[in-house]
Design a binder for this molecule. Structure first.
Ligand SMILES: *Cc1c(COP(=O)(O)O)cnc(C)c1O
Ligand SMILES: [Zn+2]
Length: 418
């Protein structure tokens, strides 16, 4: 890009401007720093036609992303399907459902590839040789894979008790996996100390302002794939709450730059009952988040007891007229199975949270039956297969005999030629 559209980092609390470096908190009030852009310039530069003419990846929205040059990591990430889910809509009792299907995001089958693509492209611009992260699983997978293909050395730090498949999905890329005995919050605190001492590029610590912006691309894709329109309702699962706030930012940016028409929209948040600090605050009408010291849920990817963006997520839900819900382990499994059985999409536990919470929001009328809703489904079910294993029947096994097969289908009430 010839002139900079990405201008500064800016404190979300006091608005002070900072240079575009590997920093993430304001020195005056400890507010989070966020990427700031010259929107007037962007408006003069982008159009629907320009974007439509570009390759199908998240980088078709590059004017809205915080790097200076061309992207160098994760060029194939994003532009996942937006699936019109009529059978799910019928099951949930609402007019129109779309599933934003990031279970098939490239390369590591979760929405985290979006944030990592931006963070590592920026890490390279800033000259980092070693990149790292604190992760509940998916971020580690994505940092490991994208760092491998970029030729960057990486360390990923995770709670030691994660799902085996998630751990394997980091190890295979040859990264350095460090398991920490303790919940995510303690992993994250340790990472802040390491970042200070070792000077590595932690994608969700000192590179967080860049990382977080990658989540906006899920919002841009939703609007473009709906025919350049903002959906009335969007349901987003929350860990730190960052994705929810960035989808809100994405919708606002496209109104501001004239890519979509201004209209009212509502953003709802979803958590697991076993780790629901944001949903709990929202339901109680508070914007102060009470930490959950010992999360206990099968939705491990969402198990952040002290969510960094929880306060801002609550603000977004309040300002847009949204609501929050949470789902028990049993409801999460039901949600996974409902999505799989109606739409043929196998989501991880976080997706089960989104579906289960959407079901409650529709049943309570918070999402009216006549409306259109987009569900953000953020990771693939094969990564958390153990969560559903016990709820599924064993396959029925027979000998290779037509007679035995006849008996089996007769029991199902299915005859030959049906
Ligand atoms: C990380 C993650 C989220 C949400 O993360 P935020 O910290 O709220 O942005 C949602 N779903 C999955 C599967 C994730 O891995
Ligand atoms: Zn500040």
């Amino acid at each position: 890009m010839s002139e900079a559209l990405f201008s500064n980092l800016k404190c979300r609390e006091c608005g002070r401007l900072y240079p575009k470096e590997a920093i993430h908190v304001c020195e005056y009030d400890f507010g989070p720093l966020e990427a700031d852009y010259d929107y007037a310039k962007i408006k003069g530069r982008v159009s629907r036609k320009l974007i439509e003419g570009r390759p199908g990846s998240m980088w078709r929205y590059r004017e809205f992303l915080p790097i200076d040059g061309e992207p160098t990591v994760g060029l194939q990430v994003g532009f996942t399907p937006l699936v019109k889910a009529d059978r799910l809509a019928q099951a949930l009792g609402v007019r129109e459902v779309f599933v934003k299907n990031d279970t098939v995001n490239y390369p590591t089958l979760s929405f985290k590839d979006r944030v990592v693509s931006v963070a590592l492209s920026r890490a390279r611009e800033l000259g980092f040789k070693i990149v790292a992260c604190a992760s509940t699983g998916n971020l580690a997978n994505s940092v490991a894979a994208n760092a491998a293909s970029a030729g960057l050395k990486s360390y990923v730090l995770i709670p030691a008790d994660l799902e085996q498949t998630k751990v394997l999905n980091s190890l295979v890329y040859g990264t350095n996996v460090v398991g920490i005995h303790g919940p995510y919050d303690q992993v994250n605190r340790l990472c802040s100390e390491i970042a200070g001492k070792y000077g590595w590029g932690f994608v969700n610590v000192n590179l967080r302002p860049y990382y977080a912006e990658g989540s906006k691309t899920m919002g841009y894709e939703i609007m473009e794939q709906l025919g350049w329109e903002i959906p009335t309702h969007t349901v987003v699962c929350m860990a730190s709450g960052s994705l929810l706030t960035k989808i809100h930012k994405a919708y606002g940016e496209w109104i501001k730059t004239g890519l979509v028409e201004k209209k009212p929209f509502v953003i709802h948040g979803a958590q697991a009952t076993g780790c629901n600090p944001i949903s709990e605050a929202m339901k109680a009408g508070r914007d102060i988040i009470r930490p959950v010291p010992r999360p206990k849920t099968i939705a491990k990817s969402l198990a952040i007891g002290t969510p960094a963006d929880g306060y801002y997520a609550v603000k977004v839900m309040q300002q847009t007229g949204g609501s929050a819900e949470d789902a028990s382990d049993e409801e999460i499994v039901e949600g996974i199975r409902l999505l799989a059985e109606t739409e043929g999409i196998f989501a991880e536990t976080a997706g089960g949270v989104t579906v289960a919470c959407a079901k409650k929001l529709i049943a309570s009328g918070k999402i009216p039956a006549g409306d259109r809703v987009v569900l953000c489904i953020t990771g693939h079910g094969l990564k958390t297969a153990e969560a559903v294993q016990e709820s599924l029947p064993e396959p029925r096994c027979i000998h290779p005999s037509l007679r035995e097969f006849d008996a089996l289908v007769a029991g199902d009430g299915v005859g030959a030629g049906a």
